[in-house]
Ligand binder design. Sequence first.
Ligand code: HGA
Length: 616
Amino acid sequence: MCGIVGAVAERNITAVLVEGLKRLEYRGYDSAGVALINDAGVLDRRRRVGKVSELDAALAADPLPGRVGIAHTRWATHGAPSERNAHPHFSGNQLAVVHNGIIENHEALREELKGFGYTFSSDTDTEVIVHLLDHTLKTQPDLAAALKIAVKQLHGAYGLAVISAKQPDRILAARSGSPLVIGLGLGENFLASDQLALRQVTDRFMYLEEGDIAEITRDSVQIWDVSGAPVTREQVQYHEGAEAADKGEFRHFMLKEIHEQPSVVQRTLEGRLGEDHVLVQAFGPQAAEIFAKAKNIQIVACGTSYHAGMVARYWLEELAGIPCQIEVASEFRYRKVVVQPDTLFVSISQSGETADTLAALRNAKDLSPGNGGYLASLAICNVGISSLVRESDLTLLTLAGPEIGVASTKAFTTQLVALMLLTLALGRVRGTLEAKVEAELVAELRRLPTRLGEALAMDHVVEKVSEHFAEKHHTLFLGRGAQYPVAMEGALKLKEISYIHAEAYPAGELKHGPLALVDADMPVVTVAPNNELLEKLKSNLQEVRARGGELIVFADEQAAMSNGEGTHVVNMPHIHDALAPILYTIPLQLLSYYVAVLKGTDVDQPRNLAKSVTVE
Ligand code: HGA
């Protein structure tokens, strides 16, 4: 995914920009570039396809010194990865822009700007921004004022940075749907899409909010909000504890990562949502074309990612009306599969190096289209530079950040968010999802980080409930519909870190066998959102109580379930049913965590397990 770095200083900042880009490399990209204004006031750039190291080598061979500049790593959405499409983009020899996101009305703007005499030298949507700004500057010569006018014409998502040889002492920035952070130095200031890029130069940051425009000089930062009013944004001091490889205030990485979920879900949504719809191009330049042809989905994954895929099957069939199959990669890779025509192959993996998933993708690609093969491949992955991403036609990265705890938590919930975005994008492109349903779910997705925060606030309630498990050896997890895979994931978490045997069942299956196991020593955990299956689920729970089983029920606050003898109800905030699987995952993660703490197991590095399963 794209990255932005900018700097305005008294010293030569080329190395700062390149180092910043290197720090963003983990996000994955296909090309990189920098533009600087030198001391003679001349704007120039270097761009290279491939690694930042190639750009670095190009700069070593042909230096580009300057005290104000912007830099970018690109992950193409419009136009192939090539030097001419790499950012920064220029208008004439005065104005340069770097951009993260997607300009949806780029075609209309391009035509309009061509009419004003602009010629385009790339296939990107981004290039319209720089010409539009140049055109606006003809009537409003102040850069900040012109940018405020120009961005009003952009539809879509952007985080962008601009420099101008006419006002060479400043960087302008604008944020709408794609994050930007200002780094504050002494006599120098910086800009980036992720503060990670600037840790080498400062520990003081200011986060731009939606709709903000900023003007950054060496010794000043001015910000205007979406209404154009001057605002100040809080200065945040970075502490070592915020480092991904540091537990900070938390006792274990797992607990830290559980608590990061509101912010990483927010990050995974950024740049992917238009006002009331999902930006299809976020999946890659050919996404719209491929999605329009897709008639079936085949999902392949392992472990926790497999559970995310199982939830997605409910969504894809129910919301997008597209048939979906799912299989664990270790099985899929060794059997002869019969592929339905026009099937999109979707792989899910945190690391993107999971051996079985990668092998399954390679097998799938070996079947040529038109000869029993797949339409195309899509990777949902947390590591932009992984093999899975490199070898897939389309990608949607989860932006969970490094996950250190072996038991996956934030990678799972961000995978679910990515899969919901896929569902909505497929539904819209194929015309199988009503616009108003998509708009409703997009609004719910925007509220999701807050809802997750509310669920996390129940931390202590769940900790108390965990006491029921410490002495137990077996547990059942029950769910119905899309909550069944959530129950599976809950059982997996408990197994992984507390070594308690846990099994998940669709609640309706109880009477077909597992009910024989239920007695006072077998706690039964249930996820019960308030949906049309609630009444049936309540009957299943009666079956458990009648056999003396102890129930722990995570229930919607509107589900009217109450505590009773042997029944412990934890009320959950109400949420749209489609997003309930994401919310209900949180208490199950917390439950397994607290049970493991009580049992004194190694939470972050459970026995016999490895984080990234790169062997068969
Ligand atoms: N649309 C722009 C930027 C792409 C981007 O933000 N990717 O993460 C382009 O295609 O160049």
